[in-house]
Design a protein around this ligand. Structure first.
Ligand code: GDP
Ligand code: MG
Length: 450
């Protein structure tokens, strides 16, 4: 899969100008390449100031050579790092020289892929590397680092180990059907399974909270024309991204802008006002607004303070799937001389504010933070991906089915099989049993040099 045995090289620092640029080399030829490049034998884990030379002896650059002999390196192979001056021309000259000495260009993510293949890290940790690099908030970065340190992997390993123990118990029952299972040592199987399911639910909740942190939330601002939706987007994102106008029907298309609220990334989406449209363009805008609402995590339904509820908006809200959070905003309190406020009733959370003066906007920001979920602000979260959440759900379904059969008729065979399926799901999360094409897809999304 990896062409291990070959030596790979890439520029590991980003394109553009910088004080320092690094060419990274991994594989069996790394020490020889270092020697031919600098005329010195690379010494393990010592920063050596060298001249990097071309084939004809001309200097390419001067810089630091670092050598990490296997297995104590990022990839688990012999790794050479060449720190030169961070200009694109000089970096490419250095890389070209390293390739001429026998390395081949690395594919995106290939260094991390080798670290995974060589058992330095598991798949969760490899994904955490990419997530750390891509983090868009400090909280996401901290969480990715915890995963990289193995916190998420340890919880999955804990679930797997318990599962293996229970499986052995279930299989013992199969092998010795004449034994009374209640006489086996330890708590009864169903009790162990229930405890296992409870721990899985905790891990899944942490993963869901983490996926909010990773993917962010879609917050859609909706309502009739001219109530101040675009003004609210501009205020929340501290920009003048959306056109604000006293004429109704100004916003024709959906438009979005990202913010970070309480460490959570949110994509705020402004929409066309919902009404019977005056022309086909506006009509399309209204259609897009309704579609955006369907895809939201949170809908902010804006109205004007002191006006009755708009029927078409109320209809649109009623047709939303449950699970979408709703926050009602009554805007333009400045016109009525009303005070900012927040109250909760059966319809949901209601906030009075003014997008013009900014009064009460803090209340809305707090509401968004709360709607992001309590778990999302705790430390007990893991920066999970959709595939982790899906595998956890599959493991839960399998064990749930096995437990049910066991309760109904002590169906040991079914239980053993379901536990095996659950174990395979957990194994796919950490990469213990992961098909090559999935691995290829995960690593191909990395940047080159990582
Ligand atoms: N007095 C007052 N006017 C506002 C407020 N928010 C928006 N407006 C005005 O209402 C009009 C429509 O605003 P806009 O944001 O374009 O509304 P949209 O059609 O819902 O996007 C503009 O003239 C805004 O200046 C507010 O809180 N108070
Ligand atoms: Mg607008």
């Amino acid at each position: 899969m990896t062409g291990a045995g070959q030596t790979i090289a890439a520029i590991a620092t980003p394109g553009g100008r910088g004080g320092i640029g690094i060419v990274r080399v991994s594989g069996p030829d790394a020490p020889a390449i270092g020697r031919q490049l600098t005329g010195r034998v690379p010494r393990p884990r010592l920063a050596e100031y060298c001249c990097f030379r071309d084939g004809d002896g001309a200097a390419v650059d001067r810089g630091i050579m670092l050598y990490f002999p296997r297995p104590a390196s990022y990839t688990g192979e012999d790794v050479l790092e060449l720190h030169g001056h961070g200009g694109q021309v000089v970096m490419h000259m250095l890389l070209r020289r390293v390739l001429a000495l026998g390395a081949r260009p690395a594919r995106p993510g290939e260094f991390t892929e080798r670290a995974f293949v060589n058992g330095k890290i598991d798949l969760l940790q490899a994904e955490a590397v990419a997530d750390l690099i891509d983090s868009l908030s400090e909280r996401a970065a901290r969480s990715a680092l915890r995963s990289l340190d193995g916190a998420f992997s340890a919880r999955i390993a804990g679930l797997r180990d318990t599962l293996v123990r229970i499986r052995a118990l279930a299989e013992a029952v199969l092998d010795f059907p004449e034994e009374d299972v209640r006489a086996l040592p330890g708590p009864p199987v169903e009790q162990q399974l229930e405890a296992w399911l409870a721990e899985l639910d905790r891990v899944a909740a942490a993963a869901r909270a983490g996926s909010v942190l990773r993917e962010g939330l879609r917050v859609v601002v909706a309502g009739p024309p001219n109530v101040g939706k675009s003004s609210l987007l501009n205020l929340l994102t501290d920009s003048d991204r959306a056109i604000v106008h006293s004429e109704p029907g100004t916003t024709r298309d959906t438009l979005e802008e990202g913010i970070v609220v309480g460490g959570i990334r949110m994509q705020i989406v402004d929409t066309a006002g919902i009404r019977a449209a005056a022309d086909p363009v506006e009509e399309e805008g209204v259609r897009r607004a309704l579609r955006a609402m369907q895809g939201a995590d949170i809908v902010i339904a804006v109205s004007e303070y002191g006006t009755p509820e708009d029927e078409s908006v109320a209809d649109a809200l009623r047709s939303l799937p449950r699970g979408i959070n709703r926050v009602f905003v009554r805007n333009k309190i400045d016109l009525a001389g009303a005070a900012p406020g927040r109250k909760e009733d059966e319809a949901g959370l209601l906030i009075d504010l003014s997008a013009r003066t900014g009064a009460g906007v803090g209340l809305l920001v707090d509401a968004l933070r709360e709607a992001a979920g309590p778990g999302a602000s705790g430390e007990d979260i893991v920066l999970a991906r959709a595939r982790h959440i899906a595998e956890l759900a599959a493991a839960r379904a399998a064990v749930g089915a096995g437990l049910e059969g066991w309760r109904a008729n002590q169906a040991g065979e079914l239980l053993a099989e379901e536990l095996r399926l659950a174990q395979a799901s957990l194994g796919r999360i950490t990469g213990e049993f992961t098909p090559d094409d999935l691995l290829g897809e995960i690593f191909s999304r990395f940047c080159i040099g990582k």
